[in-house]
Write a protein that binds this ligand. Sequence first.
Ligand code: G3I
Length: 357
Amino acid sequence: MPSTTRPSRLRLGFAGALAALLVAAGTAGGPAAQAGEQHRAKTLGDLAQRHGRYFGSATDNPVLTDTAYTKILGHEFGMITPGNSMKWEATEPRQGVFDFTKGDEVVEFARANRQKVRGHTLVWHNQLPGWLTSRQWTADELRTVLKNHIQTEVRHYRGKVYAWDVVNEAFNEDGTWRESLFYKTLGPGYIADALRWAHEADPKAKLYVNDYNVEAVGPKSDAYYALAQQLKAQRVPLHGFGLQAHLALQYGYPTTLEDNLRRFARLGLDTALTEVDVRMLLPATEEKLAQQADWYRDLTKACLAVRRCVGITVWDWTDKYSWIPEFFPGEGAALPWDEQFAPKPAYHAIRDALKRR
Ligand code: G3I
């Protein structure tokens, strides 16, 4: 900055020195004071921690080179979820040949910033390697392959991953089983097996089943409720239910979210909002952004209202790196920070909710 725009302290005189003192004390108005306040303001992670919860974000390896991005990612959140790098296609690209390079990179980032990690995901019908999907398997063969995949990955991250999304997206919208490779070959028992194998590999990790469109009470969340009851009765190590919470303004807010969280808590399970975003039809207007802020506030309040709702993770934090525009053309603006990393009304709404009580 040229020296003409920045008078030295010596040339400030009494009034200037007083102003500087007030700024330093955070009592004066103006941009410098606001910047000072922002610097001292607690992060979403800090605010959530005061409630015994975490506030986290997903991230992906390619964006870890963006230093303006990693500065906020490393500072603002208490939990990190790798968006892609712990999935099967990334971790076991050839049968029996494991590659944890990218997952390790995210874990190392989290460690350096004193953040916890949610592992995502061990058993899912998507992003499977070609060697697994391009041939037929007998039940015995697939059981061996699945057990080896789960246990090798969970063992690798033992002590480094706080919770695993062990099984992801097992049900259809109407509550029937999704006809995945695993279900078709092994039947519904693959879920209990997967949980038991993961537990053997890391007895301390919290084990979750996780899905989207399960925020409201309805056929799909009912299917998880019934499954959880059954697994609990059989003493299968299931510890949590993850509600992804990919919401969209045009489909309405899941008003039964809090009741839903509560019924799983009563079964003795933790719950977590694991992949939150609130998309909208573009262009984003002031009105839509205000409604989005209300939804972020409401879902944060719902989690805080239920003791066993342990935390909230946004599916990345900036619209710049959201998955939405690629998957839902014409939709977007789903996250609490915009593409320029400026906090949106949603960010302030989350803060408001976390500051209460
Ligand atoms: O890795 C390839 C790369 O080699 C290739 O050059 C590039 C070209 O498009 O594609 C890369 O793969 C992409 C992959 O992410 C890794 O970056 C895929 O195209 C892309 O479709 C894939 O999208 C991911 C999506 O899951 C796939 O299902 C998103 O990033 C990820 O955020 C998203 O996450 C899921 C959760 O796991 C489960 N819940 C829903 C959520 C949103 O779909």
